[in-house]
Design a binder for this molecule. Sequence first.
Ligand code: DX5
Ligand code: ZN
Length: 214
Amino acid sequence: MLIAPSLLSCDFSKMGAEIERMDRAGADWMHLDVMDAHFVPNLTFGAPVIRWLRPFSKKPFDVHLMISEPLRYIDDFADAGADIITFHIESDSDAAQTIAKIKSRGCKAGLVLKPKTPACAVFPYLENLDLVLVMTVEPGFGGQSFMADMMPKVRELKAEIQRRGLNVLIEADGGIGDATIAQAAEAGVDVSVAGTAVFKAENPAEVIRRLQAY
Ligand code: DX5
Ligand code: ZN
């Protein structure tokens, strides 16, 4: 299992040092939650912050856009150093156009599904995607409880990806830690976001290593 710590749970007064700390702790990706206080009821940071964080790690920056108009801002996030850009299929941007725009900038493209959105919503786009992010909490906040009823959606997605012989990764996001990683792995998740589980830990490296073992 690849582990992507979510910086939403970090100490925002020293984000650069927190990125370095997660890098040293063995994180595979850095998960950066962008929220616009419109698509979700919370506001975090935009491309300028990501640009300033870029030099602190060479690990892939996995940028999760919880914003209403992702297509409008792809250039900003690509210029800031995003390696992976995921956006919500429930947003106001045309999914096909936004995927094409992300890939035209040399970034990996992912579609995100809110809990209530079925797996089949991304099926028309699967051939052009590098990953699908399945939310296992309602987007907007860290520290929420894992929604185990999202695992059938992961299985359905995994089955469709395998049926078509595609190598699209499945990322899960929300409430993942020691108590929930096994069911995520068992359902077919390839990459797990972990915010609270890692940042509240005495020893983040130990938690990351345990989670990576699944
Ligand atoms: C929620 C974010 C998640 C969140 C995960 O909207 O997309 O990435 O930060 O945090 P935990 O692991 O604490 O649920
Ligand atoms: Zn996220």
